[in-house]
Design a protein around this ligand. Structure first.
Ligand code: LLP
Length: 431
C-alpha cells in the first residue's frame, strides 16, 4: 500500500492505523475524516531529526498549519517541539487556545489586516513574516503604540519555477507573495526595514510552492536566498540571523508517486549552504523550514458511504458518495490525483472504471475521474487515501453540508477530535 499505516485486513476490509475502517464508518457515520496520531508524530520526529542532522541543533522545524488546523493538532505539535506557521487571526487564536506558545509562531500572509497585526502583536507572536512595505509600516507603527520591538523576517520571491500546479506556485517574480529579488525591490525593502524603529530584522523567508517532487528547485532557491544574504551584508553590513526556506515537500498520493525522502532534500540544500559558507565568510544563519503536507497528508484518510452506482450505457460510470468538493475541493481546484478504494473489499481487484462524484449541485464536484476501483453498491464504504493535508482546512458548507467529524486514532484507540457539525451549528451566526 501507499503508506505503512494503510493495510488490508484478513476480513478483506481496509485498515487504517491498525483499525477497521468499515467499523469506524459504522460507529461515527460518514463522511468521516480520520487522523493517525502515531503517523503525525512519526512525521514530526523525522522532520526534527533531519533538520537537526543537516542544519544543527538551533534549526527550527515549523508546521504550516494552513494544511490542517484544529485544536488537538497544535497540542501534538507542541509536545513534539515543532513551531507553527499561522496565516490569520483565526489560526493564532486556535493555536493559542490549544496552549501553543506564541513565541513559536511565524505569522504569514500577503495581506494581514491591521486588526490582525494588532492582535498578533498583543499575543506576542514570535515572528512576523512581512510581505510588503505597507505591512512593514503598519507593524512598526503598531509595535510603537504597544511599546514593543517586533522580530520580523522579510518574505522574498526568489524567482523559481518549481514545476507544480500553477495555483500553488508562490516564489516566482510575478507572485502576489513577497518582494522580488530580481527587480531590486527586495534589497530596497531590506534597507527600509533596517532603517525602521520598533522592528528588528532577523532574516529572510521564501516559499517557492507546494507539492514539489524534485530537489533542484529547493536547492536553487536556497542558492538565490544565500546570495542575497551575502549581497545584503556587502551593501549594508547586516548579517541575517535566520533563513526560513518555507515548505513544499510532497506526499505520495498514488502508487506512481515516488517515495518522499526528506533526508535527501535537506542534504541537497545543506550542500548549497556549505558551499556558500565557504565562499563568503558569513555566520551560518539559523535554518527554518515550514512543512505542511509532509507532516499531515499521509496521517489522514476520508471515508464516505456510496449512494449509487450509475452506469451510463456506452459512456461512463459514476459512483456517488455522501461528501465531495465541500470536504475535499482539491480535485475540483487542482485536478489532484488520489487513490480510492472500496473499504469493504479493499483486497479485491479493481475491475471497474468509474468517476467518484460528490453530492453538490454541480458537475465539477468530483473526487476522481475515471479511476480504477473495486465493484461497489449502495451502502459500501469508499475510502479516499492521503487526505490529511488541505482537506479539513479547505472544507466548506457549500450546499449547507455540515462539516464532517474527525476521529483521531492513537495506538488503536479512536477518539473524536472534531465533532460533526449540526444543522443548528451552520445557522448559529444568522439572525
Ligand atoms: N509556508 C508557506 C508560506 C506556505 O504558503 C505554505 C503553503 C507552506 C509553508 C506549506 O506548504 P506545504 O509544505 O504544505 O506544501 N491548497 C493547496 C496547497 C496550498 C499551499 C499553500 N501554502 C493544496 O491543496 O495542494
Amino acid at each position: 500500500m501507499l503508506h505503512d499505516n494503510i493495510k488490508v485486513g484478513e476480513n478483506g476490509h481496509l485498515y487504517f492505523a491498525g483499525m477497521d475502517t468499515v467499523d469506524l464508518a459504522k460507529k461515527y457515520g460518514t463522511p468521516l475524516y480520520l487522523m493517525d496520531e502515531n503517523k503525525l508524530r512519526e512525521n514530526c520526529r523525522t522532520f526534527l531529526k533531519c533538520i537537526q542532522k543537516h542544519f544543527g541543533e538551533k534549526s527550527i522545524p515549523i508546521f504550516a498549519s494552513k494544511a490542517i488546523s484544529y485544536l488537538d493538532i497544535y497540542r501534538i505539535l507542541k509536545s513534539e517541539g515543532i513551531a507553527t506557521d499561522v496565516v490569520s487571526g483565526g489560526e493564532i487564536f486556535a493555536a493559542s487556545k490549544a496552549g501553543f506558545s506564541s513565541s513559536m509562531m511565524f505569522f504569514h500572509g500577503n495581506n494581514k489586516t491591521d486588526a490582525e497585526i494588532e492582535y498578533a502583536l498583543k499575543s506576542d507572536v514570535g515572528y512576523f513574516v512581512v510581505d510588503n512595505r505597507e505591512e512593514l509600516d503598519e507593524v512598526a507603527a503598531c509595535a510603537k503604540k504597544h511599546g514593543k520591538v517586533q522580530r520580523i523576517l522579510l518574505r522574498l520571491a526568489p524567482g523559481i519555477d518549481p514545476h507544480t500546479h500553477k495555483a500553488v506556485v508562490t516564489g516566482s517574480v510575478d507572485s502576489k507573495f513577497g518582494v522580488a529579488i530580481e527587480t531590486g525591490q527586495a534589497m530596497e525593502l531590506t534597507k527600509y526595514a533596517l532603517s525602521k524603529n520598533n522592528v528588528k530584522l532577523i532574516g529572510f523567508h521564501c516559499h517557492i510552492g507546494s507539492l514539489i517532487f524534485e530537489n533542484t528547485p529547493f536547492s536553487d532557491a536556497a542558492e538565490i536566498m544565500l546570495s542575497f544574504i551575502a549581497e545584503v551584508r556587502k551593501q549594508t553590513g547586516f548579517t541575517s540571523e535566520m533563513l526560513n526556506l518555507g515548505g513544499g515537500l510532497p506526499s505520495r498520493y498514488i502508487e506512481e508517486h515516488p517515495t518522499v525522502d526528506l533526508d535527501k532534500t535537506f542534504a541537497a540544500i545543506k550542500a548549497v549552504l556549505d558551499r556558500f559558507l565557504l565562499k563568503y565568510d558569513i555566520r551560518k544563519p539559523v535554518i527554518a523550514f515550514e512543512l505542511g503536507r509532509y507532516i499531515c497528508a499521509n496521517a489522514g484518510m476520508t471515508l464516505y458511504t456510496v449512494g449509487s452506482f450509475k452506469s451510463i450505457t456506452g459512456y461512463k460510470n459514476y459512483i456517488s458518495i455522501d461528501g465531495g468538493m465541500a470536504d475535499n475541493p482539491r480535485y475540483a481546484l487542482y485536478q489532484s490525483p488520489y487513490t480510492v478504494l472500496v473499504a469493504d473489499r479493499a483486497g479485491e481487484d479493481k475491475t471497474v472504471i468509474a468517476t467518484i462524484a460528490g453530492r453538490c449541485c454541480e458537475s465539477g464536484d468530483i473526487i476522481q475521474e475515471d479511476v480504477k476501483i473495486q465493484p461497489c453498491k449502495k451502502g459500501d464504504i469508499l475510502a479516499v487515501l492521503v487526505t490529511g493535508a488541505y482537506n479539513y482546512s479547505m472544507c466548506s458548507n457549500y450546499n449547507r453540508l455540515p462539516k464532517p467529524a474527525m476521529v483521531c486514532i492513537k495506538n488503536k484507540v479512536d477518539r473524536v477530535v472534531v465533532e460533526r457539525e449540526s444543522y443548528e451549528d451552520m445557522c448559529k451566526n444568522e439572525l
